[in-house]
Design a protein around this ligand. Sequence first.
Ligand SMILES: [Zn+2]
Length: 343
Amino acid sequence: MTLDDFTSACSALAAEAPARIAAADSLDAWTAVRNDLVGRTAGRLTAIMGTLGEIPKEDRRVAGQAANAVKVELERLLDERQAELATSRGAGPQIDGTMPSRVTWQGARHPVTLVVDEIIEIFRELGFTVALGPEAEHAWYNFGALNFPADHPAMDLHDTLYLGKDTVLRTHTSPVQVRTLQAYPPPVRVLIPGTVHRRDPFDASHAPAFAQVEGLVVDEGITFADLKATLSHFARRFFGAGTKTRFRPSYFPFTEPSAEMDVSCGVCGGSGCSVCKQSGWIEILGSGLVHPAVLESAGLDSTRFTGWAFGLGPGRTALARHGIPDIRILYDSDVRFLEQFSR
Ligand SMILES: [Zn+2]
């Protein structure tokens, strides 16, 4: 064995090893390649080094250095490949970082929920808090405490769903007015969102269960001017700065005087269109000063305290805002419709 023979054997091993190490696609394959290249018993480098004694003495130092350089290089490549195999879990599926991600569904808030949340945000800036009450309600809270006369048509079986003799599914959120006034002394400023129930047919403009938002203010010295100013401010915030409001006399058992509030039509700007039925105005809410009998029902002195209240249907408001002609689409849970409203 000459020095040349020895170094060319080392070079041949060093030349073929990188491709073999790279081709090891599992830890088992890697172990086999390592044993074949540098294994202590059957390794080819070990076999080459075993011939060192056959080389002339004066060349052994150079030969040993050459073999050692190959050993260091092979062990470096083997360590690298072992680390790669450990992180990719052997021969498991390889990750393609350029593959597009799967389409994921993201939920969106319901258009009615968006309207309710927006109303609450606007009134919260004015110092209102949120009050909630039961949907299955005592008839006294739903009617009697709210100054409904005993023969009021709303109490009729055709309009109200009775769960028992004195228990109804509330027909409006107004019972929470009485519950709030019983629980908290004035000043009271609350917003009352919730679901209400009527024995209405399910058609393009009616639903048997729908959302309502009610507001209530009670304190000393509250007047109709407070009502008009607050609701007009709300209309400008909700519908746009240029929105005009008008109040028309109306009747509700639990307010006196009572008024319905219209806002100028945002579609035509007041000149008349199909959305506002050519009137230039859209009816938004009912309101009024809290009837003294309601304050007395809640145990308040109606000669000392006054208040105002309003109620609106956020479902109808959502339809008006988006120009949707049929209320039933709000109940269909059709994601093609609902997913348009995320914000
Ligand atoms: Zn219009």
